[in-house]
Design a protein around this ligand. Structure first.
Ligand code: FDA
Length: 394
């Protein structure tokens, strides 16, 4: 039976980085994955250009039952450390918006970089490998694989969450946590589009593909200012993906479709300057034409000139456009979600090493645990930072 210092299960962002760092520190590491290729989510990420980190990473950008848990790892391996590594590999990058950093060329470069770092650490990688069972005794961990059995002093679970089963997501990590008596918090899809109830969906059908600037507010008061996209299933776009992580079934979100404008003041100014201008043409200065046409059909925008618009109707219109209360039917679920909220309870883990407090030698890194970042490179930075913290302890 082959023996390793550490076996890492999951050759995604966290697993590859942890394997590379531990290997380079002299550990004998085996990295396992059930897929054909390593880093499948990295390849799909950021529209194929991988939004690999964010300039403004801070603990407040992460959701977790314990909001303090992520602080130590994020402070010890920062976005600047990863940017430095990317630079050493000659990967050109650019900032898109809100500090989001993407490869100029392709996400494949990040996977190639991680593979090269693993090779530098003499990591042994085995793909298409199923872990049939895991057991622990005084000498460490024994893993029965499809083919053979391996053992290790330490076991790292980097098998991710449930989002995108098509890319190899499995509940493996949660099952291992439960096998060793660790608490797993309920999971749900995050960074995911909303679906809408039928009457509203049908009313908004003509808007599919329309994108508008917005602010979107959850019932807990969390606000994001980003674009909202109408889709044939409901609502998407960065604003909706962000707020979905703060939304619970049955709750409403409130949308301001004209976040850059004091709409009442704008209408008053326009009325003073152009009293005979139609309300519809006036609103077209602030909103996409298709949205106005849809709201007209729904009777939300009266067919009047500005001088004909009475105070009550103006107030109703301003309310509709700045405080649109939507009750999503649900989300598109794990099939399209970028992340999984919840997971292995961080109270069970050391925030310095990611080791399970009551199971020596067992570690959890990346998305499998209850730490979830905002859209915009925050989740990869958590994968790098938690992996790095763990690697120091292997
Ligand atoms: P990850 O899911 O990357 O890796 C887990 C690995 O474990 C996989 O390779 C899987 O095959 C393997 N595995 C699972 N079960 C196993 C089993 N039973 N046996 C063996 N292996 C097993 N984030 C970000 O910061 N910027 C971005 O641009 C994007 N974009 C993006 C796009 C899309 C489409 C998705 C789905 C997600 C993103 N994300 C993102 C989120 C980001 O991809 C995610 O948070 C990280 O990949 C999490 O890294 P992990 O290594 O923890 O899991």
């Amino acid at each position: 039976m082959e023996r390793f210092d550490a076996v890492i299960i999951g050759a995604g962002a966290a697993g590859m980085f942890c394997a590379a760092m531990a290997g380079q520190a002299g550990r004998r590491v085996l990295l396992l994955d059930n897929g054909k290729k390593p880093g499948r989510k990295i390849l799909m990420s950021g529209g194929g250009r991988c939004n690999f980190t964010n300039l403004y990473v801070e603990p407040a950008a992460y959701l977790s039952q314990n909001r303090h848990f992520c602080k130590s790892a994020l402070a010890r391996y920062t976005q600047w450390d990863f940017i430095d590594l990317v630079g050493k590999h000659g990967i050109a990058w650019h900032e898109k918006t809100l500090g989001q950093l993407f490869c100029d060329d392709s996400a494949q470069q990040i996977v190639d970089m991680l593979v090269a770092e693993c090779e530098k650490g003499s990591v042994i990688t085995r793909l298409r490998t199923e872990v049939l069972s895991v057991s622990r005794d005084d000498s460490g961990y024994t893993l029965e694989l499809n083919g053979d059995t391996v053992s290790a002093d330490k076991l790292v679970i980097a098998s991710g969450g449930l989002s995108m089963p098509g890319l190899g997501a499995t509940p493996f990590g949660y099952k291992i946590a439960e096998q060793f008596g660790l608490k797993v918090l309920p999971t749900r899809a995050g960074l995911v589009p909303f679906t809408l109830h039928k009457p509203l969906l049908e009313q908004l059908q003509t808007l599919s593909g329309v994108s508008v600037a917005s602010t979107i507010t959850a019932e807990d008061g969390t606000v994001f200012r980003e674009n909202l996209l109408f889709t044939h299933r409901g609502l998407s776009g960065p604003a909706v993906l962000q707020i979905s992580s703060y939304w619970q079934p049955g709750e409403f979100v409130t949308v301001n479709l004209v976040p850059d404008c004091d709409l009442a003041a704008f209408l008053d100014e326009q009325r003073a300057a152009h009293p005979n201008q139609s309300l519809k043409n006036t609103l077209a200065m602030q909103l996409p034409k298709r949205l106005i046409e849809c709201l007209q059909l729904l009777g939300q925008i009266p067919d009047v000139t500005l001088k004909q618009l009475n105070v009550r109707d103006q107030q109703a219109l301003v309310d509709t456009l700045t405080h649109w209360r939507v009750q999503p039917n649900g989300t598109e679920g794990y099939r399209t979600a970028e992340v999984t909220l919840g997971g292995v309870d961080t109270d069970e883990l050391s925030s310095r090493t990611m080791e399970a407090r009551k199971v020596p030698g067992l570690y959890f890194i990346g998305e499998v645990m209850d730490v979830t970042g905002w859209l915009g490179g925050y989740n990869f930075q958590w994968a790098w930072a938690s992996a790095w913290a763990c690697a120091q302890a292997l």
